[in-house]
Design a protein around this ligand. Sequence first.
Ligand SMILES: O=C(O)c1cc(=O)[nH]c(=O)n1[C@@H]1O[C@H](COP(=O)(O)O)[C@@H](O)[C@H]1O
Length: 240
Amino acid sequence: MQTDSIIIDKRPVIVALDFDDLSLARALVNSLSPEKCRIKVGKEMFTLFGPDWVRELVDKGFEVFLDLKFHDIPNTVAKAVKAASALGVWMVNVHASGGPDMIYAAKDAALISNTPPLLTAVTILTSMDERQFGAVYDTGGIDEKVLSLAKLAESSGADGVVCSAREAGSLRRHVDKHFCLVTPGIRPKGSAVNDQKRIMTPSEAIDAGVNYLVVGRPITQASLPASVLSEINASIVQLT
Ligand SMILES: O=C(O)c1cc(=O)[nH]c(=O)n1[C@@H]1O[C@H](COP(=O)(O)O)[C@@H](O)[C@H]1O
């Protein structure tokens, strides 16, 4: 749909590693190639295995998205982003609802690193539907809030947002073509939805103008994870 004007990465899949067992995670990583995907380390693995695990992945040649979704006062977030940047990661994220000063501080901290990571801001979690959203926010709906948070993130210096691919088509009409859209809640046709609410298939997401697809359990829980990754890559290759 918008794919002629935006820059789509040749490796759009980011594999979300959510494991409590380091040897299982290592076995999976050893079956993957940095030429075929990037890796996301989130709260579970970082809490259990810390910066050493992130360094191990970086040393293996993977571009790592350190997904710790910082959300705190600007000074604290800036220091956390500085520490994350020193690990050599490719992307870090914050919650957009932390506000403009927090996002500016995060971006400034990333920029002083020797290898500045991309900074993305989480809009509305893909596990939320309108009912969950209404329990948190008094007015509006998900689409409207994702758009306003994305505009806030863009004007505050973020490189992109984390959102659902369902919002990508609308966001693409309002943000710069270089502003990247990172979308979890990706489910190949027929795979279990789990706790995700706003989902799309890989090809639908790319067609909607997404830059990066975050895919966890459909790959990590498969009996042949590398084959599922190859199938996803093949399903989108003609679109990229
Ligand atoms: O920031 C994220 O990565 C994220 C944001 C969001 O809105 N939804 C979301 O699912 N995620 C993460 O993306 C991954 C999705 O994993 P699966 O549901 O297993 O594909 C998890 O690691 C989540 O923590």
